[in-house]
Write a protein that binds this ligand. Structure first.
Ligand SMILES: Nc1ncnc2c1ncn2[C@@H]1O[C@H](COP(=O)(O)OP(=O)(O)OP(=O)(O)O)[C@@H](O)[C@H]1O
Length: 261
């Protein structure tokens, strides 16, 4: 099992026009965070690969949401947080969002009394290109339901609004917290497809309990226990290791029929 994150030394793999960037878009070192006077993140190291999906896994209550909130500056934190090499560890949330970190919170947090269109308008960031074409191509239903109050949408549709708000702006990385939580299996499939498309637009750090979704989408995993990152590595290798998934998540990786950790 890999216990330390890969080095960020190499900037590219290969040479010439086909070279792929490998330097992480987001680098977190020794992150600590507090909520209500309690330390909820003890020591988290993680890197978000410059393309695709990196999954942040762990049992309930180990600090996944707190880690994402700490990166966004929504809770008190210390440690190193770099976005494309720039230190953002002391910036306030609005500046972090302005640097291109898109956040899709766990409970969707749509403005229920506003229409779908108004929800999207409110998400427009000044100085960013607004990619309505992309959003409506990914989620045609949101264009059709533009005049509908967001609070009257289904859970899956509200998740689409939440994802669409992050995709609307020209973000450098997306932090997406449990997007399939509480959704029926058909909607889980729809949201997973949307996530796959989203990851083509910007790299994603994904908190996800459904290990089949992780298996389908993620290339890398970071696993937390008790506020600490304890495993970094290839997603398939981890999910194919029943001893590691049992020990760190309490389930057999991705083959659990319920798919839940
Ligand atoms: N506002 C808060 N006040 C007090 N404790 C909190 C608060 N928010 C989180 N915690 C505690 O911090 C710890 C980490 O919570 P967090 O939500 O980050 O975990 P998680 O891994 O995302 O869990 P889950 O998978 O259940 O969403 C938990 O013990 C939780 O009870």
């Amino acid at each position: 099992m890999t216990s330390s994150p890969p080095s960020r030394d190499a900037a590219t793999v290969g040479a010439g026009p086909t070279a792929r960037p490998t330097a992480p878009v987001l680098l977190v070192r020794d992150l600590q965070a507090h909520v209500a006077g309690q330390q909820v993140v003890e020591h988290v190291d993680l890197q978000v690969a410059p393309t695709g999906v990196t999954a942040l896994l762990g049992r309930n209550g180990v600090g996944k949401t707190s880690t994402i909130k700490a990166v966004m500056g929504l809770i008190g934190r210390s440690g190193t947080i770099e976005l494309d090499g720039e230190d953002i560890s002391t910036l306030p949330t609005f500046r972090i969002a302005g640097r291109g970190v898109g956040y899709v919170p766990e409970d969707r947090e749509v403005f229920s009394g506003l229409t779908v269109t108004e929800n999207l308008r409110l998400a427009e960031r000044r100085g960013s290109e607004h990619r309505y074409d992309l959003v409506y191509e990914l989620f045609p239903e949101l264009e059709q339901r533009g005049a509908q109050a967001a609070g009257t949408l289904s859970g899956g549709q509200q998740q689409m609004v939440s994802l669409a708000r992050a995709l609307l702006n020209d973000n450098r990385v997306l932090l997406i917290d449990e997007p399939t939580k509480g959704l029926a299996p058909r909607l889980v499939t729809e949201v997973a497809e949307a996530l796959a498309r989203a990851a083509e637009v910007a790299p994603v750090l994904l908190v996800e309990q459904n290990l089949q979704v992780v298996r389908d989408l993620a290339r890398h995993v970071v696993v937390l226990t008790d506020g600490r990152s304890v495993h970094h590595g290839d997603a398939s290798d981890f999910l194919d290791d029943p001893v590691a998934t049992q020990r760190l998540l309490g389930v057999h990786g991705g083959t659990d029929p319920a798919g839940a950790a």
